[in-house]
Design a protein around this ligand. Structure first.
Ligand code: ZN
Length: 139
């Protein structure tokens, strides 16, 4: 069962991030990494924010990190998520991709147990349409 209820809006891939979602569907967490300067970037975009190069590769990362920031949602922003409140939204700073911070959720944890600095590890969550979202659980 997905972290958020059926009917929750799902990502709508664009030409810039289609590859990211395709890797997620294979349960591979990969981020763009500049082939010229080596910097990771996310969300996906055509050119490197650091050096401007358009040469990129998709580097796989294991998916461990720390909670950089978080909030506990008490008021549903969409009717479909109303049964899930209170739920968390976190920003995870990944160990292996220093420039990457992704917005996600920590599953299987009480709201009062979320904290900045909490160690987390990747937990794939299948959502509607056969997509997989990178969520996290306590490490
Ligand atoms: Zn670069």
């Amino acid at each position: 069962m997905s972290y958020l209820p059926k009917g929750t809006p799902v990502p709508q891939p664009t030409p810039d991030d289609q590859a990211y979602w395709d890797f997620c569907a294979r349960r591979e967490l990969r981020f763009q990494r500049c082939k010229a300067c080596g910097r990771f970037r996310h969300p996906p975009m055509p050119a490197c924010f650091n050096c401007g190069s358009m040469e990129t590769e998709w580097a796989q990362v294991p998916g461990t990190g720390t909670v950089f920031s978080y909030t506990i949602v008490h008021h549903a922003a969409h009717p479909a998520v109303k049964p899930a409140v209170p739920y968390n939204i976190v920003v995870v700073h990944l160990d292996e991709a220093d420039d990457v911070r992704i917005v996600s959720n920590v599953i299987d944890v009480a709201p009062e147990d979320i904290a900045v600095g909490l160690r987390v590890t990747l937990a794939w969550d299948e959502i509607e349409g056969g997509m997989f979202l990178p969520r996290f659980r306590k490490a």
